[in-house]
Design a protein around this ligand. Sequence first.
Ligand code: WTA
Length: 567
Amino acid sequence: MPNFGNYEQIIKDFSWSISEQELDYKPGQVINIGWYCSDRICQQGKADKTALIWEGFSGAKKIYTYNDVRLCSNTIARFITGLGINAGERVCLFLDRIPELYLGFLGILKTGAIVQPLFSAFGEESLFVRLENARTSAIFTQKKHLSKVRKIRDKLPDLKHIIIVDYDGKSPLQEREVPFSMENTEKIENYEVYPTYAETPSVLHYTSGTTGQPKGVQHVHYSLISQYITAKWVLDLRDDDLYWCTADPGWVTGTSYGIIGPFSLGVTQFVLDSGFSAEAWYRFIERNRITVWYSAPTAIRSLMKAGDEIIKKFDLSSLRHLASVGEPLNPEAVNWSIRVFGKPFHDTYWQTETGCIVITNFPGMSVKPGSMGRPFPGITATVLNHSNHEPYPEPGRIGLIGLKPGWPSMMRTYWNNEEAYKNKFRNGWYLTGDRARIDKDGYFWFVGRDDDVINTGGHLVSPFEVESALLEHQAVAESAVVSKPDPINMEVVKAYVTLKPGFTASKDLELDIMNFIRKKLSPLAMPQEIEFVDSLPKTRSGKIMRRILHAKEWGEEIGDTSTLENE
Ligand code: WTA
């Protein structure tokens, strides 16, 4: 029997206090995610239970019990308080998926500081704008990423500590750099966890918008209430599960459901820190007897592409529940998974801003392939009319997904950008920026984004950020970045560029521009193609109309062009 029972009944009776009670939390009390995910689990008698099994790309393996997680996070917490970092300061984790990332996340939260996880493949420019915006005090990183930090640190006066977790003593440390070795530091048995409360800021995740620099989505410790119960009911995590979330904690899936959800439930989870290969993934599932697997459509499409034959080589019978997030999950992928694994991938819809799954196919509920499912209890979700932001009274209409604010893990603001935050609300609804329709059974069907943000393989890319990077190249006069279709990633980034006088379009120039921006952005945000054009379509007021270029890539009707300047 799944953890989640009858949908209609639960919706009727639900209150977030169910989760509060299960976590022994009473409103007004101290609540600290770091403590809940380690100390509390030990207090429940699971100190010796395996919490984390980590595998590196070379086959290295490390195992941590819940007591180890408690001690290691205490040790990291003591280390950063020792550096003089205070509650409320931002501490960045700029690490591959190594154990220090997971343990550091909880350790930072124990100190009352705000944890800012950033994807380790970010180039220096992507890293810089996020550290500058958050006025980050300290960054955890590895030798291999240090050169990126060194290049930008002089422009970051607030960044007082650069903590290197694998310093080998070979080359001298530079200013502000300090080594920290998890293995060689004496473990701290007792750490006095900082008394954070429900509304104390916890995690700062950066997400991409259409205009302006990335925005810091600010969460609070109370988010645990949502993350715990959604992990339990949607991912169906149980005490004996062996859970694998494939997401990197640089993104919200990797923290809400790759750290907080499973650890707050005292579940054993796995991390595989290596690139994608169908064979390696199946072998990982087989060897570790994975029972619950949370992944993403792009990965699923890549597995489909690898073919069904290869699956027969592995025993994947341990898999009990499968879920997916990040992009539309096509019906073909669901049907394929039923065929090859004997069970469907359950789609889950949510965002960095929502902090937890808000619309989903619950275990035990009949899955309609292609649909995102139904709202989580306690979440009021609807589809709003574009023009007046009123919910459509009848099913079947395409509109904007609107959520009634107020669930525990809803973002509290965009860091230092209250205006952008306020702009997300209309008529009392939080707008996710996505379009959908609801069918007569109350199932949501994703239609598309309502802005120019590109979702490539589950990663949101801001066209603005890529355009800004392009404009720094000496040959580029103007640029417009849109998506183009792709069979695996659904969409990839494409750049249109006009050149400054004296430059001529050529393959070499394209390569030169690509190399130039590669250092600045993340590989995921890199354009797959640059097309040189003589001019870009613009409105009369001079705004570049990405919409026209987008329509061209997707073979769609261009629509109203009456405001176009150069028709
Ligand atoms: C998209 C990731 C279709 C959507 C947790 C959303 C989805 C954005 C789905 C958030 C889904 C996420 N079906 N689209 N099941 N899940 N999205 O902030 O556009 O990185 O607004 O959070 O991804 O991406 P984010």
